[in-house]
Design a protein around this ligand. Structure first.
Ligand code: PLP
Length: 391
Protein backbone atom coordinates (compact mmCIF):
# COMPACT_ATOMS: atom_id res chain seq x y z
CA UNK A 1 0.00 0.00 0.00
CA UNK A 2 1.32 3.46 -0.91
CA UNK A 3 1.92 5.50 2.21
CA UNK A 4 2.08 9.20 2.82
CA UNK A 5 5.40 10.22 4.44
CA UNK A 6 5.28 9.48 8.18
CA UNK A 7 1.82 7.88 8.04
CA UNK A 8 3.21 4.40 8.69
CA UNK A 9 3.84 5.41 12.28
CA UNK A 10 0.13 5.25 13.09
CA UNK A 11 -1.88 2.01 12.93
CA UNK A 12 -4.71 1.65 10.44
CA UNK A 13 -6.96 0.73 13.35
CA UNK A 14 -6.37 3.99 15.14
CA UNK A 15 -6.85 5.95 11.94
CA UNK A 16 -10.35 4.46 11.84
CA UNK A 17 -11.21 5.80 15.30
CA UNK A 18 -13.49 8.81 15.34
CA UNK A 19 -12.20 11.63 17.55
CA UNK A 20 -14.25 12.26 20.66
CA UNK A 21 -16.89 14.95 20.13
CA UNK A 22 -17.53 15.08 23.90
CA UNK A 23 -13.92 15.95 24.66
CA UNK A 24 -13.81 18.41 21.75
CA UNK A 25 -16.91 20.23 23.05
CA UNK A 26 -15.35 20.35 26.52
CA UNK A 27 -12.22 21.96 25.03
CA UNK A 28 -14.41 24.51 23.23
CA UNK A 29 -16.39 25.09 26.41
CA UNK A 30 -13.23 25.85 28.37
CA UNK A 31 -11.95 28.15 25.63
CA UNK A 32 -15.17 30.19 25.70
CA UNK A 33 -15.61 30.15 29.47
CA UNK A 34 -18.93 28.39 28.91
CA UNK A 35 -21.14 26.34 31.21
CA UNK A 36 -20.36 22.79 30.16
CA UNK A 37 -23.63 20.93 29.59
CA UNK A 38 -21.84 18.83 26.97
CA UNK A 39 -19.95 16.32 29.10
CA UNK A 40 -21.65 14.24 31.77
CA UNK A 41 -19.76 15.18 34.91
CA UNK A 42 -21.26 16.79 38.02
CA UNK A 43 -20.11 20.24 39.18
CA UNK A 44 -21.19 19.47 42.75
CA UNK A 45 -19.31 17.72 45.49
CA UNK A 46 -19.04 13.96 45.97
CA UNK A 47 -20.53 12.54 49.22
CA UNK A 48 -18.44 13.25 52.32
CA UNK A 49 -18.36 9.51 53.14
CA UNK A 50 -16.39 8.77 49.99
CA UNK A 51 -14.10 11.77 50.20
CA UNK A 52 -13.06 11.11 53.79
CA UNK A 53 -12.70 7.37 53.11
CA UNK A 54 -10.31 8.12 50.22
CA UNK A 55 -8.19 10.48 52.33
CA UNK A 56 -8.12 7.98 55.19
CA UNK A 57 -7.10 5.16 52.83
CA UNK A 58 -4.16 7.18 51.49
CA UNK A 59 -3.06 8.11 55.02
CA UNK A 60 -3.39 4.50 56.18
CA UNK A 61 -1.04 3.41 53.43
CA UNK A 62 -3.24 1.94 50.68
CA UNK A 63 -0.97 3.36 48.00
CA UNK A 64 0.50 0.35 46.23
CA UNK A 65 -0.79 -1.98 43.53
CA UNK A 66 -4.00 -3.66 44.55
CA UNK A 67 -4.89 -7.24 43.58
CA UNK A 68 -5.22 -6.77 39.85
CA UNK A 69 -8.90 -7.64 39.57
CA UNK A 70 -9.90 -5.59 42.61
CA UNK A 71 -9.64 -5.55 46.40
CA UNK A 72 -11.51 -8.35 48.14
CA UNK A 73 -13.50 -5.83 50.16
CA UNK A 74 -14.74 -3.94 47.13
CA UNK A 75 -15.61 -7.10 45.22
CA UNK A 76 -17.55 -8.41 48.22
CA UNK A 77 -19.51 -5.15 48.41
CA UNK A 78 -20.19 -5.22 44.68
CA UNK A 79 -21.44 -8.82 44.96
CA UNK A 80 -23.77 -7.77 47.77
CA UNK A 81 -25.10 -4.80 45.82
CA UNK A 82 -25.60 -7.01 42.76
CA UNK A 83 -27.69 -9.42 44.84
CA UNK A 84 -29.71 -6.76 46.66
CA UNK A 85 -30.25 -4.17 43.91
CA UNK A 86 -29.86 -5.98 40.60
CA UNK A 87 -30.98 -9.48 41.55
CA UNK A 88 -27.74 -10.91 40.12
CA UNK A 89 -25.98 -13.73 41.96
CA UNK A 90 -22.24 -13.21 41.54
CA UNK A 91 -19.35 -14.85 43.34
CA UNK A 92 -16.98 -12.04 44.30
CA UNK A 93 -13.94 -14.26 43.76
CA UNK A 94 -14.90 -15.67 40.39
CA UNK A 95 -17.19 -13.25 38.62
CA UNK A 96 -16.13 -9.67 39.35
CA UNK A 97 -13.29 -7.63 37.84
CA UNK A 98 -12.67 -4.11 39.11
CA UNK A 99 -11.39 -1.80 36.39
CA UNK A 100 -10.40 1.83 35.77
CA UNK A 101 -13.95 2.99 35.19
CA UNK A 102 -16.64 1.23 33.24
CA UNK A 103 -14.87 2.56 30.14
CA UNK A 104 -12.00 0.18 30.76
CA UNK A 105 -14.42 -2.63 31.62
CA UNK A 106 -16.05 -2.16 28.20
CA UNK A 107 -12.72 -2.03 26.37
CA UNK A 108 -11.36 -5.12 28.18
CA UNK A 109 -14.55 -7.07 27.52
CA UNK A 110 -14.77 -6.33 23.82
CA UNK A 111 -11.05 -7.07 23.35
CA UNK A 112 -11.35 -10.27 25.39
CA UNK A 113 -14.39 -11.62 23.55
CA UNK A 114 -13.93 -10.74 19.88
CA UNK A 115 -11.63 -11.67 17.04
CA UNK A 116 -10.98 -9.56 13.94
CA UNK A 117 -13.95 -9.85 11.60
CA UNK A 118 -16.49 -10.56 14.35
CA UNK A 119 -19.54 -8.33 14.45
CA UNK A 120 -20.76 -6.34 17.43
CA UNK A 121 -24.33 -5.02 17.46
CA UNK A 122 -24.51 -1.45 18.74
CA UNK A 123 -27.76 0.48 19.14
CA UNK A 124 -28.03 3.98 17.71
CA UNK A 125 -27.92 6.53 19.26
CA UNK A 126 -24.91 5.13 21.14
CA UNK A 127 -22.59 6.26 23.90
CA UNK A 128 -19.39 7.20 22.08
CA UNK A 129 -17.04 4.58 23.61
CA UNK A 130 -18.66 1.48 22.16
CA UNK A 131 -17.46 2.02 18.62
CA UNK A 132 -13.79 2.64 19.54
CA UNK A 133 -13.82 -0.46 21.77
CA UNK A 134 -15.08 -2.46 18.79
CA UNK A 135 -12.68 -0.94 16.26
CA UNK A 136 -9.63 -1.34 18.53
CA UNK A 137 -10.53 -5.02 18.87
CA UNK A 138 -10.55 -5.40 15.10
CA UNK A 139 -14.26 -6.27 15.20
CA UNK A 140 -16.96 -4.53 13.15
CA UNK A 141 -19.85 -2.53 14.58
CA UNK A 142 -23.31 -3.33 13.18
CA UNK A 143 -25.69 -0.52 13.98
CA UNK A 144 -29.34 -0.92 14.80
CA UNK A 145 -31.34 2.25 15.14
CA UNK A 146 -33.82 2.74 17.95
CA UNK A 147 -37.11 4.09 16.62
CA UNK A 148 -37.71 7.81 17.01
CA UNK A 149 -39.05 9.82 18.72
CA UNK A 150 -39.47 7.32 21.58
CA UNK A 151 -36.24 5.33 21.10
CA UNK A 152 -37.66 1.80 21.24
CA UNK A 153 -36.32 -1.42 19.79
CA UNK A 154 -37.73 -2.35 16.41
CA UNK A 155 -38.00 -6.14 16.50
CA UNK A 156 -37.62 -6.70 12.76
CA UNK A 157 -34.68 -4.33 12.40
CA UNK A 158 -32.92 -5.92 15.35
CA UNK A 159 -33.47 -9.45 14.04
CA UNK A 160 -31.91 -8.49 10.70
CA UNK A 161 -28.65 -7.53 12.40
CA UNK A 162 -27.96 -10.94 13.88
CA UNK A 163 -25.83 -13.17 11.66
CA UNK A 164 -23.37 -16.04 11.99
CA UNK A 165 -20.65 -13.39 12.50
CA UNK A 166 -22.37 -11.70 15.44
CA UNK A 167 -20.33 -12.17 18.58
CA UNK A 168 -21.62 -9.47 20.90
CA UNK A 169 -24.52 -7.12 21.40
CA UNK A 170 -24.02 -4.00 23.51
CA UNK A 171 -27.02 -2.71 25.46
CA UNK A 172 -27.06 0.42 27.59
CA UNK A 173 -29.86 0.92 30.11
CA UNK A 174 -30.65 3.52 31.42
CA UNK A 175 -29.55 4.83 28.07
CA UNK A 176 -27.26 7.69 27.20
CA UNK A 177 -28.22 9.80 25.28
CA UNK A 178 -31.89 8.84 24.80
CA UNK A 179 -32.81 8.54 28.49
CA UNK A 180 -34.66 5.27 27.83
CA UNK A 181 -34.93 2.68 30.57
CA UNK A 182 -35.58 -0.45 28.54
CA UNK A 183 -38.57 -2.47 29.71
CA UNK A 184 -38.86 -6.19 30.23
CA UNK A 185 -40.37 -6.92 26.80
CA UNK A 186 -37.52 -5.10 25.04
CA UNK A 187 -34.84 -6.82 27.09
CA UNK A 188 -36.55 -10.17 26.56
CA UNK A 189 -36.35 -9.57 22.81
CA UNK A 190 -32.60 -8.94 23.12
CA UNK A 191 -32.20 -11.97 25.39
CA UNK A 192 -34.09 -14.29 23.03
CA UNK A 193 -32.05 -13.18 20.02
CA UNK A 194 -28.77 -13.54 21.93
CA UNK A 195 -29.75 -17.06 23.01
CA UNK A 196 -30.96 -18.07 19.54
CA UNK A 197 -27.72 -16.89 17.90
CA UNK A 198 -25.33 -17.85 20.69
CA UNK A 199 -24.32 -14.23 21.19
CA UNK A 200 -22.91 -12.69 24.38
CA UNK A 201 -24.55 -9.50 25.63
CA UNK A 202 -22.66 -6.65 27.25
CA UNK A 203 -24.87 -4.39 29.28
CA UNK A 204 -23.67 -0.97 30.40
CA UNK A 205 -25.69 -0.08 33.51
CA UNK A 206 -23.66 2.87 34.76
CA UNK A 207 -26.86 4.93 35.31
CA UNK A 208 -28.67 2.13 37.17
CA UNK A 209 -29.32 4.36 40.21
CA UNK A 210 -30.68 7.30 38.21
CA UNK A 211 -34.12 6.07 37.22
CA UNK A 212 -37.17 8.34 37.46
CA UNK A 213 -40.56 7.72 39.06
CA UNK A 214 -42.68 5.29 37.09
CA UNK A 215 -39.70 3.33 35.73
CA UNK A 216 -37.48 0.66 37.18
CA UNK A 217 -34.10 -0.63 36.24
CA UNK A 218 -33.90 -4.21 35.01
CA UNK A 219 -30.57 -5.99 34.57
CA UNK A 220 -30.42 -8.10 31.42
CA UNK A 221 -28.46 -10.79 33.29
CA UNK A 222 -31.53 -11.57 35.42
CA UNK A 223 -33.58 -12.77 32.43
CA UNK A 224 -33.84 -16.56 32.08
CA UNK A 225 -30.73 -18.07 30.51
CA UNK A 226 -28.87 -14.75 30.36
CA UNK A 227 -26.57 -14.96 33.40
CA UNK A 228 -24.29 -17.33 31.51
CA UNK A 229 -24.02 -15.07 28.47
CA UNK A 230 -24.05 -11.54 29.87
CA UNK A 231 -21.30 -9.20 30.98
CA UNK A 232 -22.79 -6.53 33.26
CA UNK A 233 -20.77 -3.34 33.45
CA UNK A 234 -21.16 -0.54 35.95
CA UNK A 235 -19.15 1.70 38.22
CA UNK A 236 -19.16 4.46 40.80
CA UNK A 237 -18.70 7.50 38.52
CA UNK A 238 -22.34 8.48 38.23
CA UNK A 239 -23.85 7.00 41.40
CA UNK A 240 -21.38 8.79 43.68
CA UNK A 241 -20.53 11.78 41.45
CA UNK A 242 -16.85 10.84 41.19
CA UNK A 243 -16.25 10.61 37.44
CA UNK A 244 -12.54 11.38 37.90
CA UNK A 245 -11.87 8.50 40.26
CA UNK A 246 -11.98 5.82 37.59
CA UNK A 247 -13.46 2.85 39.42
CA UNK A 248 -15.76 0.51 37.54
CA UNK A 249 -16.32 -3.21 37.14
CA UNK A 250 -17.39 -6.06 34.90
CA UNK A 251 -19.49 -8.97 36.15
CA UNK A 252 -19.35 -12.10 34.03
CA UNK A 253 -19.46 -15.89 34.09
CA UNK A 254 -16.19 -17.49 35.20
CA UNK A 255 -14.88 -18.38 31.74
CA UNK A 256 -15.45 -14.85 30.45
CA UNK A 257 -14.09 -13.28 33.63
CA UNK A 258 -10.82 -15.14 33.15
CA UNK A 259 -10.43 -13.61 29.69
CA UNK A 260 -11.48 -10.13 30.82
CA UNK A 261 -9.01 -10.23 33.73
CA UNK A 262 -6.15 -11.15 31.40
CA UNK A 263 -6.75 -8.05 29.27
CA UNK A 264 -7.27 -5.86 32.34
CA UNK A 265 -4.00 -7.07 33.90
CA UNK A 266 -1.95 -5.90 30.94
CA UNK A 267 -4.02 -2.81 30.24
CA UNK A 268 -3.95 -1.03 33.59
CA UNK A 269 -2.76 -3.50 36.29
CA UNK A 270 -5.40 -2.26 38.74
CA UNK A 271 -7.81 0.53 39.57
CA UNK A 272 -6.49 3.10 42.13
CA UNK A 273 -6.18 1.28 45.47
CA UNK A 274 -7.24 4.01 47.92
CA UNK A 275 -10.24 4.82 45.74
CA UNK A 276 -11.28 1.17 45.74
CA UNK A 277 -11.47 1.37 49.53
CA UNK A 278 -13.57 4.52 49.33
CA UNK A 279 -15.81 2.92 46.69
CA UNK A 280 -16.44 0.01 49.07
CA UNK A 281 -17.60 2.48 51.73
CA UNK A 282 -19.80 4.22 49.20
CA UNK A 283 -21.52 0.96 48.33
CA UNK A 284 -22.33 0.47 52.01
CA UNK A 285 -24.31 3.73 52.19
CA UNK A 286 -27.98 3.41 53.20
CA UNK A 287 -30.91 3.35 50.79
CA UNK A 288 -31.72 6.97 51.70
CA UNK A 289 -28.60 8.08 49.79
CA UNK A 290 -29.88 6.60 46.54
CA UNK A 291 -33.33 8.04 47.11
CA UNK A 292 -31.99 11.54 47.59
CA UNK A 293 -29.74 11.16 44.52
CA UNK A 294 -32.75 10.20 42.45
CA UNK A 295 -34.99 12.93 43.91
CA UNK A 296 -32.38 15.55 43.19
CA UNK A 297 -32.05 14.45 39.55
CA UNK A 298 -35.84 14.24 39.28
CA UNK A 299 -35.98 17.96 40.21
CA UNK A 300 -33.23 18.94 37.80
CA UNK A 301 -34.89 16.98 35.01
CA UNK A 302 -38.23 18.75 35.59
CA UNK A 303 -36.54 22.16 35.65
CA UNK A 304 -34.69 21.51 32.40
CA UNK A 305 -37.69 19.98 30.61
CA UNK A 306 -39.90 22.93 31.60
CA UNK A 307 -37.25 25.52 30.74
CA UNK A 308 -36.15 24.04 27.41
CA UNK A 309 -39.73 23.17 26.43
CA UNK A 310 -40.83 26.71 27.35
CA UNK A 311 -38.17 28.18 25.06
CA UNK A 312 -39.25 26.07 22.08
CA UNK A 313 -36.97 23.02 22.16
CA UNK A 314 -38.80 19.75 21.55
CA UNK A 315 -37.51 17.43 24.23
CA UNK A 316 -37.61 13.70 24.69
CA UNK A 317 -38.48 13.13 28.36
CA UNK A 318 -35.77 10.96 29.92
CA UNK A 319 -36.81 7.91 31.96
CA UNK A 320 -33.34 7.56 33.45
CA UNK A 321 -29.75 8.94 33.34
CA UNK A 322 -29.16 12.71 33.23
CA UNK A 323 -29.38 13.83 29.63
CA UNK A 324 -32.04 15.44 27.47
CA UNK A 325 -32.08 15.13 23.71
CA UNK A 326 -33.72 18.24 22.30
CA UNK A 327 -34.84 19.12 18.77
CA UNK A 328 -33.69 22.69 18.05
CA UNK A 329 -35.17 23.15 14.57
CA UNK A 330 -37.50 25.84 15.92
CA UNK A 331 -34.44 28.08 16.25
CA UNK A 332 -32.21 27.22 13.35
CA UNK A 333 -32.06 25.53 9.98
CA UNK A 334 -28.37 24.74 10.39
CA UNK A 335 -27.08 21.37 11.57
CA UNK A 336 -26.35 20.24 15.13
CA UNK A 337 -22.62 21.04 14.98
CA UNK A 338 -23.27 24.57 13.72
CA UNK A 339 -25.99 25.09 16.33
CA UNK A 340 -23.74 23.79 19.14
CA UNK A 341 -20.95 26.09 17.96
CA UNK A 342 -23.38 28.99 17.95
CA UNK A 343 -24.50 28.22 21.51
CA UNK A 344 -21.01 27.91 22.91
CA UNK A 345 -19.95 31.22 21.36
CA UNK A 346 -23.12 33.26 21.76
CA UNK A 347 -24.70 31.80 24.90
CA UNK A 348 -21.52 30.50 26.57
CA UNK A 349 -23.33 27.19 27.06
CA UNK A 350 -21.76 24.01 25.67
CA UNK A 351 -24.06 21.22 24.48
CA UNK A 352 -23.40 18.11 22.43
CA UNK A 353 -24.35 17.71 18.75
CA UNK A 354 -26.54 14.59 18.62
CA UNK A 355 -25.24 13.32 15.27
CA UNK A 356 -22.11 12.27 17.18
CA UNK A 357 -24.24 9.47 18.67
CA UNK A 358 -25.01 8.02 15.23
CA UNK A 359 -23.03 6.32 12.51
CA UNK A 360 -25.90 6.71 10.05
CA UNK A 361 -25.38 9.80 7.95
CA UNK A 362 -27.78 12.67 8.60
CA UNK A 363 -29.19 11.05 11.76
CA UNK A 364 -29.40 13.25 14.85
CA UNK A 365 -28.61 16.46 12.99
CA UNK A 366 -31.76 18.14 14.31
CA UNK A 367 -30.92 17.56 17.98
CA UNK A 368 -28.45 18.51 20.70
CA UNK A 369 -27.93 16.83 24.07
CA UNK A 370 -28.07 18.71 27.36
CA UNK A 371 -26.43 17.17 30.47
CA UNK A 372 -28.12 18.27 33.68
CA UNK A 373 -25.80 16.75 36.29
CA UNK A 374 -25.11 20.26 37.56
CA UNK A 375 -25.95 22.38 40.60
CA UNK A 376 -29.38 24.03 40.43
CA UNK A 377 -27.76 27.47 40.22
CA UNK A 378 -25.59 26.32 37.26
CA UNK A 379 -28.67 25.07 35.43
CA UNK A 380 -30.56 28.33 36.16
CA UNK A 381 -27.66 30.39 34.83
CA UNK A 382 -27.39 28.17 31.72
CA UNK A 383 -31.11 28.62 31.03
CA UNK A 384 -30.83 32.41 31.41
CA UNK A 385 -27.93 32.46 28.96
CA UNK A 386 -29.80 30.29 26.47
CA UNK A 387 -32.86 32.51 26.68
CA UNK A 388 -30.80 35.64 26.02
CA UNK A 389 -29.03 34.07 23.03
CA UNK A 390 -32.12 32.53 21.44
CA UNK A 391 -34.64 35.34 21.88
C1 PLP B 1 -23.34 5.14 29.00
C2 PLP B 1 -22.04 5.44 29.64
N1 PLP B 1 -21.21 4.43 29.91
C3 PLP B 1 -20.02 4.64 30.48
C4 PLP B 1 -19.59 5.91 30.81
C5 PLP B 1 -18.24 6.11 31.42
O1 PLP B 1 -18.25 5.64 32.72
P1 PLP B 1 -16.91 5.54 33.59
O2 PLP B 1 -16.67 6.87 34.19
O3 PLP B 1 -17.23 4.50 34.62
O4 PLP B 1 -15.82 5.11 32.69
C6 PLP B 1 -20.42 7.00 30.54
C7 PLP B 1 -19.98 8.37 30.85
O5 PLP B 1 -20.56 9.35 30.49
C8 PLP B 1 -21.67 6.75 29.95
O6 PLP B 1 -22.51 7.75 29.66
Amino acid sequence: MKRVQGEWQVSDRVKLLPSSTIKEMTRLSNRHGAINLAQGFPDFSAPETLKSAAIRAIKEGYNQYEISHGSAKLRERIARKLREYNGIEADWEENITVTCGSTEAMMDTVIALTDPGDEVIVTEPFYENYVPATVISGARPKYVRLTEPDFRFDEEKLKEKFSSKTKLMIVNTPNNPSGRVFNKAELKLVADLCKDHDVTAITDEIYERIVYKGYSHLSLATLPGMAERTVTISGISKTFSVTGWRVGYAVAPRRLTKAIRKVHDYMTVCAPSPLQRAAAEGLAMPGSYYKSLRDSYERKRRFMLDSLGGMGFKCVEPQGAYYILADFTQFSKSDDFAFSNYLVRRAAVAVLPASSFYATKEAGKNMVRFSYCKRDQTLKEAVQRLKRALN
